[in-house]
Design a binder for this molecule. Structure first.
Ligand code: ATP
Ligand code: MN
Length: 533
């Protein structure tokens, strides 16, 4: 039995300015954290042994309350704007001191972990939590040092996360009571006023998106990744809800990671040690790997039980559509260890096109690959407003602009270099609507999307004919194993062909309008990938 005293020997938070008078618990095991979470009334148990927690008022990240400290290090390197909102150094220091004071008499859970499965690019972390379940989230989501490594562990970046601590916007310089502030010089993230644990995960992702491309020449990517039995790596880029997690969990391939990766000279490596999967409408039939991962040690967030039971009702969206589970990657049977593999042979851009225009699978040439990478398109279904059925286009550079501290062209340049250097197939996959837009058509069947990806990975589309899409110019395969031919052509699935053509031109025009802002960067070669009206 490891006891608390032993685990925390020689460990102190004083270097963070935290001189805590209450209990500070270092690197508790999942079982201990579950006990604490239950004892503290932070969470309850489900009948699979998973811990179920609510994240409170925030059931997603709050991008408008996410700041980056503007100082000598970042002033000229960070891409300032709505995504990277500047925060004053002095305000950060004052807020830090205020938080430290707040934490003095609180029970704290501290976790030492790291991000980056490649030892050359690893970032050692120290996370200070007030909530046991959030510390378990960090155990699940970050990489776990061995007990030997923990003995002399030196952290290089700190997260202080205290959901109960609220800022005073007028004094502290925040927009609201909640905040997530990244300080790249002090190497610290402060989070308060929100219990959405994803802020910690995406905070560290943003940090790596600064450090790796800017300081180490490594491309950081918002993508999932898996590897076949022959060692062929595939990566899946896509905005939230487009299928990165779902489609990377493939019983025939080793899972590298579900959300954040680096691409260095020789490999693709996971930043994380766990997966954070959406669970709305989850069924064992459609997503057995994820279903089976929700066992003891896993966390489910913002879900509800069937009445009178401890069985999670995954159809229940009364708290949010964004219900989630966080589990360590070894809960997926075929996850590989360590989480890295060779240069990708196939790259998939996932889009959930709610207009039903983009083909369910198409092949991109190099220009189109660059163009679509920079565009980062998806379309969200209409909000909850009654009567609003028109989907909304979303363009998010590099399929993850929300997490990019540098200008998107920095990532695009690195991506372009990799494309030049390696022979990679690039595919555009529409996991969204078919047979018409949202409201008329229906979502592409998961089994078809899986079959298309499998066919691409197995080289079974190498010898079929391709037709050019009239607007996007991308290559649509004429046939695909285990997929009916008519599903492959979006136009064929629409009853009203004219309506399809009109919508396709409208979407093409939206791409072109969005791309205006990259015109200084866009070479002729990249522009050759643009839609043709
Ligand atoms: P995030 O960045 O927020 O983690 P993600 O890209 O990982 O998002 P997923 O968690 O994989 O997205 O979510 C995709 C959702 O869409 C899942 O709930 C999945 O069941 C559902 N879905 C329905 N049809 C499809 C399809 N054809 N392909 C992929 N996913 C589908
Ligand atoms: Mn995901």
């Amino acid at each position: 039995m490891q006891d608390l005293e032993l685990k925390s020997a020689n460990k102190s938070l004083s270097e963070l300015g935290i001189n805590n008078t209450a209990e500070v618990m270092w690197n508790l095991t999942p079982a201990e954290l579950v006990e604490h979470a239950l004892f503290n009334n932070e969470a309850v148990l489900t009948d699979t042994g998973a811990l179920m927690a609510d994240t409170g008022a925030f059931t997603g990240r709050s991008p408008k309350d996410r700041f980056v400290v503007k100082d000598a290090k970042t002033a000229d390197s960070v891409w300032w704007g709505d995504i990277n909102i500047p925060f004053e150094e002095e305000k950060f220091d004052a807020l830090h001191q205020k938080m430290v004071k707040f934490l003095t008499d609180k029970k704290l859970y501290v976790r030492e972990a790291y991000a980056g499965a490649d030892p050359n690019y690893r970032l050692n972390l120290k996370v200070v939590n007030t909530l046991a379940w959030q510390n378990l989230f960090c155990y699940n989501m970050f990489l776990r040092p061995t007990s030997e490594e923990l003995k002399n562990f030196e952290s290089d970046f700190t997260i202080i996360c205290a959901p109960e601590f609220e800022a005073d916007p007028e004094v502290d310089g925040t927009r609201q009571k909640n905040f997530a502030i990244i300080n790249l010089s002090k190497r610290m993230i402060l989070i308060g006023g929100t219990a959405y644990a994803g802020e910690m995960k995406k905070g560290i992702f943003s940090v790596l998106n600064f450090i790796l491309p800017h300081e180490k020449g490594v491309l950081s990517m918002h993508c999932s990744a898996n590897v076949g039995q022959d060692g062929d790596t595939a990566i899946f880029f896509g905005l939230s809800g487009t299928g990165k997690t779902t489609l990377s969990a493939d019983p025939n391939r080793g899972l590298i990671g579900d959300d954040e990766h680096g691409w260095n000279e020789t490999s693709i490596f996971n930043f994380e040690g766990g997966c954070y999967a959406k669970v709305i409408d989850l069924t064992r039939e459609k997503e057995p790997e994820i279903w089976d991962a929700i066992k003891f040690g896993a966390i489910v967030e913002n879900t509800r039980f069937y009445e009178g039971s401890r069985t999670v009702d995954y159809t229940n969206n009364t708290v949010t559509e964004n219900t989630r589970t966080a589990y360590p990657i070894h809960h997926i049977k075929n996850a590989i260890e360590p989480s890295l593999a060779g240069i990708p042979k196939n790259i998939f851009f996932l889009t959930a096109d709610a207009f039903g225009v983009i083909p369910p699978i198409s092949k991109l040439n190099k220009s189109q690959a660059m163009y679509h990478f920079i565009s980062g398109y998806t379309a969200k279904v209409a909000g909850t407003e009654v009567g609003v059925t028109e989907p909304k286009t979303t363009f998010s550079a590099c399929f993850g602009a929300a997490f990019l501290p540098l200008h998107p062209t920095k990532y695009a340049e690195l991506f372009g270099e990799k494309m030049e250097k390696h022979q990679v197939n690039v595919w555009l996959i529409n996991t969204g609507w078919t047979g018409g837009p949202y409201g008329i058509g229906s979502r592409m069947k998961l089994k078809y999307t899986r079959a298309m990806i499998t066919a691409a990975l197995e080289g079974r589309l190498d010898n079929v004919g391709f037709r050019k899409h009239s607007v996007f110019g991308v290559g649509i395969p004429e046939s695909c194993p285990n997929v009916p031919d008519e599903v492959l052509s979006p136009r064929a699935t629409w009853d009203d062909k004219e309506a399809y053509d009109k919508k396709a031109r409208e979407l093409g025009a939206a791409f072109i309008a969005n791309f205006e802002k990259y015109k200084d960067f866009a070479t002729e070669d990249i522009l050759a990938g643009s839609p043709n009206l």
